[in-house]
Unconditional design. Structure first.
Length: 752
């Protein structure tokens, strides 16, 4: 059994937002006026009451307690705290004003789009409806409005018609937006899954047709066309060459036997049959597989699938391993007589469809996916050490930054370079996945990457002259750093200013995932602060953290919790408990604020859930701030199928220390971790905050590892997250910790 990764394969990043009265500043709707705290309240009392009210979710009362601080012009730390509280109130009021403005604007757009009969306007109307749904708290009432019900009905009809006509991108877009609007009801999940399968099939087997579909959608939306299609690295034959009948059959039977819900094998096989029908009826594949274009042969193949549909749907029928053997043998024989596509292509789709009937995290890790999977779970990868993204202006792959100490940085690759060729072949128009697959590889192997770089010269038309530079690089193991601080101080990945508020000794640590080095790096950061100014409070930011290794989730939790169960499991395998040990509690006693949102999943939910539990029973001094977490509380055990493929199967559910299951099961109304204090962020503001945070995290470096300083373009400062009201979740946590730190400072203690 391999080390268990608890990273979800798909993270839901949609943020829910609500419409509250102006005085319900932190997102807790209330019909009564906020409590008033007398100005004679002492600093210690105000801090204690604010913390206690925040822990009870009484947002208004917490703010009011801090507003009631005594006016003391001689106490600069009190004045600073009052200023922080006032700024938070202004930023929260700004959020509510923005919310009201966006609701009015979005509702008007929706009404205008609903008057137009064309399908594109219908899809845009659905997009606006999803946005309006995020902004409002009366979600059920919004969905019950006649205009919303009518829109859902029209979009449903249009989505089904688009799929029937083979307009996969249009159908996928409509179903995706319908699912976003009715996500809790789960009505359109199967449709989204089916269209996702269709598009992934086209992406794998007919990438040029996939490019055509993407380009058509882009042009239709009024955007510039994509660069010409580039098939570099796009060879489905190589991607599926190591797939065998025995491998897929073993995966399906073992998954049915070991997956936690123990679904009957016949239901799992039925999912495979459904996927094969989807494959056979996806007309865009006919150019690649001519047998699919022969109607008589296609009908014969579909008739064979129908016999299995009938057999597997019989309530009296029980499928066994022998049934799977029979299906595989008959399927491949029928394929030879009819459509005659490569056997391993059918096996690939049979395997994917079967796994989809179990749960969204159980899956076969195919040979072409194995390197990416290992990179996500091992905390390192073999490559050249660059962060890349699509450049919107050119649609080429752009270097965001080389990583310090890597082959790319030592060779002189710079931020802003554009990848023109890889091993001599044009890279124009390739996708990020293509680039990653081509640049990464075996350790100590070579890859030549040609970069297009701007010079300081201009041609006769005033356009910047570019030059192409070849970099012959030797691939190496690149560590993935998962622990980040407040501000970058140098080129090294561990060069951070960890203090968000140095005067009050409040630290900030952001965990981006849970890899093999996460706990060690977290503890190193805490020790550095303890040895420097000391640590009067700490913000642990787990937002958008998709998870990782269970062992690291336990040891990170143990850093703050000195005793008790952190997490336990139940399922098809023997349950176990993971407990904290006193010697691991490096930061016990330090006031702690944990930030979570809907992108916090899996391992991050174990950490935040355990911290919340022990805070609730008074064992630790902590508060959880933000929004409810994702609800991915299941264990995937990973086994090898061959030396080139693996399978991950959901075998257990995680339980918090109070015995509650984290996982969001179909139809559930309770899941994940709820914050003590709910603080919402508007979707567009969250996007701005993420962009600022990303830009502030990147320091351009030269080939000697030195930071490049350009006075014309100063580095973005994360301080704007607070001053400009972009991150009210972080700001709320900071104010609560600052109140504690100020109240416990030697100056304050002396005055009291």
């Amino acid at each position: 059994m391999k080390n268990r990764s608890i990273r979800p394969t798909l993270i839901a990043l949609m943020l829910s937002a609500g419409l509250f009265p102006a005085h319900a500043a932190l997102g807790q709707a209330t019909a009564v006026a906020p409590p008033v705290i007398a100005q004679s309240t002492t600093l210690a009392d105000a801090s204690t009451r604010a913390w206690a009210d925040a822990r009870l979710g009484k947002a208004d009362a917490a703010i009011a307690a801090l507003k009631g601080l005594p006016v003391d012009s001689t106490a600069s730390e009190v004045s600073d705290l009052r200023a922080s509280v006032d700024l938070l109130e202004r930023n929260l009021a700004k959020r509510e004003a923005t919310r009201a403005e966006k609701i009015t604007e979005t509702s008007k757009k929706l009404d205008e789009l609903l008057t137009k009969p064309d399908a594109d306007s219908l899809s845009e109307a659905l997009k606006e409806a999803v946005g309006l749904h995020w902004l409002r708290t009366d979600k059920a009432a919004f969905k019950a409005e006649p205009r919303t019900r009518d829109l859902i009905s029209r979009a449903d009809t249009a989505a089904k018609a688009a799929e029937a006509k083979g307009r996969w991108f249009t159908a996928n877009e409509l179903f995706f937006r319908l699912n976003a609007l009715l996500e809790e009801e789960g009505i359109y999940k199967a449709d989204v899954r089916r269209l996702g399968l269709r598009l992934s099939m086209i992406r794998l087997y007919a990438p040029q047709e996939f490019w055509n579909l993407r380009n058509d959608e882009r042009v239709k939306a009024g955007k510039s066309p994509l660069p010409p299609y580039n098939n570099l690295g796009e060879n489905y034959v190589k991607k599926i060459e190591f797939i065998s009948s025995g491998m897929v059959r073993t995966a399906i039977v073992n998954a049915a036997n070991q997956q936690i819900d123990r679904k009957p094998l016949k239901d799992v096989l039925a999912g495979g049959i459904e996927s094969l029908r989807t494959f056979a009826t996806t007309t865009d594949l006919q150019a690649v597989f001519p047998g699919l274009a022969n109607q008589a042969k296609l009908d014969a193949f579909l008739a064979y699938l129908s016999t299995w549909d009938t057999r597997l749907a019989d309530p009296a029928f029980t499928a066994t391993r022998g049934t799977a053997d029979e299906l595989f043998t008959g399927l491949l024989a029928t394929n030879t007589k009819t459509i005659n596509v490569p056997d391993n292509a059918l096996l690939h789709e049979l395997g994917n469809g079967s796994m989809s009937r179990l749960d969204e995290f159980t899956a076969i890790i195919w040979p072409d996916e194995l390197r990416r999977f290992d990179r996500m779970t091992q905390g390192n990868f073999v490559g050249v050490g660059v962060q890349i993204q699509i450049d919107e202006a050119t649609q080429l792959i752009k270097i965001v930054t080389p990583l310090e100490g890597t082959p790319a940085q030592r060779a002189g690759i710079k931020a802003g370079d554009l990848i023109k060729r890889i091993d001599g072949q044009s890279a124009d128009g390739i996708s990020l996945n293509q680039a990653v697959d081509l640049i990464t590889g075996e350790a100590n192997s070579r890859v030549t990457v040609t970069m297009q770089r701007d010079t300081e010269q201009a041609d006769k038309d005033g356009k910047t002259v570019t030059q192409d530079i070849d970099f012959n690089l030797v691939r190496a193991i690149i560590p993935v750093t998962s622990v980040k601080g407040w501000k970058r101080t140098g080129a090294r990945e561990d060069a951070w200013d960890w203090y968000i508020d140095p005067d009050n000794r409040i630290g900030y640590i952001r965990l981006t995932q849970f890899t093999e080095d996460t706990t060690a790096d977290l503890r190193a950061a805490i020790k550095q602060m303890q040895a420097d100014k000391g640590l009067a409070g700490l913000i642990l930011d787990l937002r958008f953290n998709p998870g990782g290794l269970l062992t690291e989730a336990v040891s990170v939790s143990n850093t703050f919790i000195d005793k008790g169960v952190i997490v336990s499991t139940e399922g098809t395998m023997q349950g176990e408990k993971r407990e904290a040990s006193p010697e691991g509690a490096l930061a016990k006693g330090i006031p702690l604020a944990v930030l979570i949102n809907e992108g916090s999943a899996s391992a991050s939910e174990i950490v935040s859930g355990a911290i919340r539990h022990y805070a609730d029973i008074g064992q630790i001094n902590a508060i959880v701030v933000g929004e409810r977490s994702f609800g991915k509380g299941s264990v995937q055990n990973v086994w090898p199928l061959t030396n080139k493929a693996k399978i991950k199967i959901t075998t257990q559910y995680y339980k918090l220390p109070d015995g509650r299951i984290l996982h969001r099961k179909p139809g559930a109304s309770v899941w994940g971790v709820d914050p003590h204090m709910k603080v919402e962020m508007l979707p567009e503001v969250m996007a701005d905050a993420l962009k600022l945070r990303q830009d502030a995290d990147v320091l351009p470096i030269d080939q000697n590892g030195r930071v490049i300083v350009d006075p014309r373009t100063p580095a973005p400062s994360p301080d704007k997250l607070i001053t400009d009201g972009l991150d009210v979740q972080l700001h709320t946590a900071l104010v609560l910790l600052k109140a504690k730190a100020v109240a416990q400072s030697p100056k304050a203690q002396a005055r009291q």
